[in-house]
Design a protein around this ligand. Structure first.
Ligand SMILES: Nc1ncnc2c1ncn2[C@@H]1O[C@H](COP(=O)(O)OP(=O)(O)OP(=O)(O)O)[C@@H](O)[C@H]1O
Ligand SMILES: [Mg+2]
Length: 400
């Protein structure tokens, strides 16, 4: 059993989290979690390599202690400013004798959809089919087995900057781990929290982290769009610290006391920075600082979605993950702004989760173990094979 343990490793801007699982009866079951503070990574950029390595080691050690196994392999989450996402089209001719669309044709057309990428600068992590067009007939979800002369794909391409990926992989191997797959983090957060019906109906997932907010949009069980917004919940803390002249730690405490639906007359004790007297503020003063920054984040999300051409798009609800989803009343803040129902998403889509693990800030790490084994861009293998896996997984996961 020892060798089979595998971890989801989420290196965030505030914490590094490792969730460990073992295969049981053909499915992965979670048996432990470990967490360590992280301060060597900001918006996906490594600011201190040693600090990243250390926080990986600490998180992995903690997970190993809890699970009683040793971890050799990890699925690694990736996000940050350097990620780029775009929608592209490509087409291929179906040339076999029967003119029947086979798996290799789907792989070819997906390959063609991102062929222009220069691998020295950017690496494609995921090429996800949004829909196929078969001999001119659009809107096909699964073209396998159909007879046709031409197969076209409308694909969502997710790539990261090669140097950033290389350096993060270096941190992982320096920590003595073998990365077996990389997953763009919003896909992992979604995989942990959203069930099939939710993805089918149309859902916007927002993972509000410390320094970034990850976006994933699903409709009819397909990924329509993903993105990264360079604002996270630490911005709220920093704003409070500047606005109220309190330490970062005290501002963090105040942020956790704030409730979007709370009473603005309520008085709150505040310890000021050295040299000033401690005092009291009212809840409304927290609101005056926190809500404008939240709205700035929401506006950036809305602008990002405005790029989507699909005007008929239906979204049923907004699901919030990441530590920032713990802000009291955040569901109401989100639904007030977007006019849609909103809820906090807790990790659910895998066996073995304890109550302690069912928190929105663990969605990414847990989701790496849901999404990872079923298909990822592999750092060590040629991408052709990985997309074959990726695609077959989507078909079997979503439509069988
Ligand atoms: N109870 C809470 N109330 C408000 N905010 C909270 C609460 N708990 C955690 N947070 C905030 O969540 C943020 C951290 O979220 P998370 O752990 O998802 O970030 P991360 O994954 O380390 O960062 P990133 O994804 O940006 O790299 C911090 O800014 C923290 O203040
Ligand atoms: Mg995160």
């Amino acid at each position: 059993m020892k060798d089979e343990a595998i971890a989801g490793l989420d290196i965030g801007s505030t914490k590094t989290c490792a969730v460990v699982a073992v295969p049981r009866n053909g499915i992965f079951e979670i048996i432990g979690i470990g967490e360590a503070p992280s301060d060597g990574l900001q918006r996906g950029l490594i600011t201190n390599l040693e600090a990243v390595v250390r926080s990986i080691e600490l998180a992995i050690e903690a997970a190993e202690r809890m699970a009683g196994v040793s971890i050799a392999q990890v699925y690694l989450g990736l996000s940050g400013d350097h990620m780029q996402t775009r929608n592209t089209q490509a087409s291929v001719a179906i040339s076999n004798d029967q003119h029947e669309i086979r798996e290799q044709d789907v792989v070819r057309v997906l390959d063609a959809s991102h062929r222009t990428d220069d691998e020295h600068e950017r690496r494609t992590l995921h090429a996800l089919p949004r829909s196929f067009t078969v001999d001119g007939f659009a809107g096909v979800l699964d073209p396998l087995g159909m007879e046709a002369k031409r197969l076209e794909v409308d694909a969502h391409i997710i790539s990261g900057a090669t140097p950033m990926i290389t350096n993060l992989l270096k941190c992982v191997s320096r920590a003595g781990l073998e990365p077996v797959g990389i997953v763009f983090e919003p896909l992992a957060s979604a995989a942990a929290t959203l069930d099939r019906d939710t993805m089918e109906a149309g859902v916007l997932l927002l993972d509000i982290g410390g320094s970034t907010t990850d976006i994933a949009l699903y409709s009819r069980s397909r990924v329509l769009h993903t993105g990264v917004i360079p604002i996270g919940s630490s911005f709220l803390t920093r704003d409070l610290s500047v606005g109220l002249r309190t330490s970062f730690a005290e501002s963090e405490r105040l942020k956790r006391v704030f409730d979007y639906e709370g009473d603005d007359e309520r008085m709150i004790n505040v310890s000021m920075l050295a040299g000033q007297r401690d005092g009291q503020i009212n809840h409304g003063q927290l609101r005056a600082i926190i809500v404008p920054r939240l709205h700035e984040l929401f506006r950036m999300v809305r602008n990002d979605l405005a790029k989507l051409a699909d005007r008929d798009l239906q979204i049923d609800e907004i699901v919030l993950t990441g530590g920032g989803a713990n802000l009291l009343g955040i569901e109401r803040a989100v639904s007030d702004f977007f006019g849609l129902s909103a809820r906090v998403g807790l990790p659910a889509m895998i066996e073995g989760l304890t109550d302690e693990m069912k928190q929105p800030q663990y969605a990414t790490a847990v989701g790496l173990l849901v999404y990872g084994p079923s298909g990822t861009a592999r750092p060590t293998r040629p991408r052709r094979q990985s997309f074959l896996r990726k695609f077959t997984t989507w078909i079997s996961e979503l439509w069988n």
